[in-house]
Write a protein that binds this ligand. Sequence first.
Ligand code: GDP
Length: 140
Amino acid sequence: MGERTLSIIKPDGVSKDLIGAVISRLEEEGLKILAMKMIRMTKDEAKGFYKVHEGKPFYESVTDFMSSGPCVIMILEAEDGIRRYRKLMGATNYKEAEKGTIRRDFATDIEKNVVHGSDSRENAEYEINYFFNALEVAGR
Ligand code: GDP
């Protein structure tokens, strides 16, 4: 079995009609979608999701942003999936992201950077369990 990671198409990606473009890139890279849904987080839900950033200067702002509109949330699975998906996303700051990455091509701001991806196995497990229960994970 491959490694699982949590992907989010953030509110800026959804409002700019980038759902299809992002999913195409995931599928082309061989990241399999095991579960998917569209949700709108409350401010408190966004704070729980980003609790690792509590206390940082951008915590209020990023949790306002993440609760500002709907997101598409997916569980992805692939060999070395966490690293491969982070490579596809590009650096947090789109100005530093490599050419051809999702953030370099579509982000407009260090905060409004279109996608989220887990950065470790431990965080992937927390984030997957935060959004999905066992019945929602179809497997394939
Ligand atoms: P990621 O793992 O690449 O998403 O980056 P981080 O975990 O460091 O940060 C989480 C999210 O907070 C980022 O994706 C951005 O949306 C936002 N963020 C990170 N750094 C900054 C910053 O310096 N300013 C602002 N406004 N937002 C930031």
